[in-house]
Design a binder for this molecule. Structure first.
Ligand SMILES: [Mn+2]
Length: 432
């Protein structure tokens, strides 16, 4: 069998040459604008290049809604092909060498072979995601009424065992964290005893925590609603923080941007978790109504910038233990998932670089002087700066594409892999 189609640096370089003259002029102009503000273009390129965000294996196939899923040709049929698509993404954007896996869908027959497959492509597995929100074939007990917080200890035990298995698989793959989101909750008032359910969750999580390797983290993901529409067990950051605090120093909170009520001040939640030493990571996406799982930065880019304003502030202040993991968690229903993931990774990187542009001295002075207008102006000056040429230069310097979507489309990657992957993909993995 011939080797699967791969994008190459040669293809990327020839496309980059086409854009070279314009990019050079745009970058020069931006560098002079930044210099007037005391910022150094090359230093920001270095920070942009050092930025890292993980791609979710479950985002590589077309997503779906509660109503339907419309697959596209060439979707990855197994975890090896998912890694191949992640490789293409990382070659083009240069900031996504990490992959988050979802068990059981990504459970490898041979963990060593999968690890080698990823490493050969310059990729590493970062976080293992468990699934107890859907039943699997052959599974003895159902998660219909919950998992880690189920009233029946036998169901809880089964869910704990699954999470411990995720850790074992992850250990063989070189992963470093377990992300736990549960669908447990109630659809009706009175369905669930709030305090008993949370106590059961903590008890189950303690058994999982006990199985963590010493260098691992467990990331607790809260969610206000869905699939349960009246109450959820880990409903908000406060409950998540309470659980992480009780579990111990290897437990942290994960913020999925879509898992809050509309208009909640997420950047403030981020600041609180930083201050309390429990911010473990993010699932980036965007939303207009609920957990829409739209592409990061597509709907509320200012909110994304404000989140990064808090993150960069903590980075500059060298807050002890501040090493959050950045991951995408999206559902791509009407776009090519590879294109959406590339654009989303770049939008998160854009928010990071824009936050790096904030004049912290001016912001501090405005806050000291209670000058609200000047404080907002300091943020807006950074947010309204078009850093696109800087990001393109950073990608180019890393061997990536100045315009990743243009190169991807010119390479006809989707059409070629569609021929190489004729069999229909398995029904998609879960979206959390
Ligand atoms: Mn999530």
């Amino acid at each position: 069998m011939s080797k699967p189609f791969q994008l190459t640096h040669d293809v990327i370089a020839s496309e980059n040459r086409r854009l070279e003259a314009d990019l050079g002029r745009d970058a020069e102009h931006l560098a002079s604008v930044l210099a007037r503000r005391g910022a150094v273009f090359e230093a920001l390129v270095a920070r942009a290049r050092a930025f890292r965000i993980a791609v979710p294996s479950w985002g590589l196939a077309t997503g779906g809604t509660r109503f339907a899923r419309f697959p596209i040709a060439g979707e990855p049929r197994d975890v090896f092909e998912k890694i191949d698509d992640c490789h293409a993404i990382n070659l083009l954007v240069g900031i996504t060498p990490l992959v988050s896996l979802h068990i059981p869908w990504d459970k490898p027959r041979d963990a060593g072979a999968l690890k080698a497959h990823a490493e050969e492509r310059g990729l590493a597995i970062d976080s293992m995601n468990s699934n107890t929100f859907e039943d699997q074939e052959g599974q003895p007990l159902s998660y219909k009424y919950g998992s880690l917080a189920h009233p029946d200890p036998a169901v809880r035990r089964q869910a704990v065992e699954h999470n411990l298995e995720c850790i074992e698989i992850g250990r063989a793959l070189g992963a470093s964290s377990l992300t736990v989101w549960i669908g447990d909750g109630g659809n009706f008032a009175g369905q669930m005893h709030f305090r008993d359910a949370l106590a059961a969750y903590l008890d189950s999580m303690q058994a999982i925590y006990a199985g963590l390797p010493a260098n691992w983290r467990v990331l607790l993901e809260h969610k206000l609603f869905e699939p349960a529409f009246y109450s959820t067990v880990i409903n908000d950051w406060g409950t998540s923080y309470w659980a992480a605090e009780r579990l111990g120093p290897q437990a942290f909170c994960l913020v999925d941007l879509g898992h809050h009520a509309p208009n909640v001040n997420i950047e403030m939640i981020v600041a609180r978790l930083i201050q309390f030493g429990k911010l473990g990571g993010f699932h980036f996406n965007d939303s207009k109504y609920g957990d829409d799982d739209l592409d990061a930065g597509s709907t509320k880019p200012f909110q994304l910038f404000l989140v990064f304003n808090e993150l960069v502030d903590a980075e500059l202040a060298a807050v002890p233990g501040f090493t959050p993991a950045y991951m995408l968690d999206q559902s791509h229903n009407v776009t090519d998932p590879i294109e959406s993931l590339m654009v989303s990774a770049m939008e998160v990187q854009r928010a990071y670089v824009q936050a790096c542009l904030v004049d912290r001295a001016a912001l501090d002075a405005a806050q000291e002087a209670n000058d609200a207008l000047a404080a907002l102006a300091a943020l807006k000056a950074a947010f309204t700066t078009d850093v696109s040429p800087l990001l393109a230069m950073a990608r180019r310097a890393a061997g990536g594409a100045a315009d990743p979507v243009a190169v991807y489309r010119a390479s006809r990657y989707r059409e070629v892999i569609a021929k190489e992957r004729p069999a229909p993909p398995r029904r998609g993995a879960g979206i959390v």
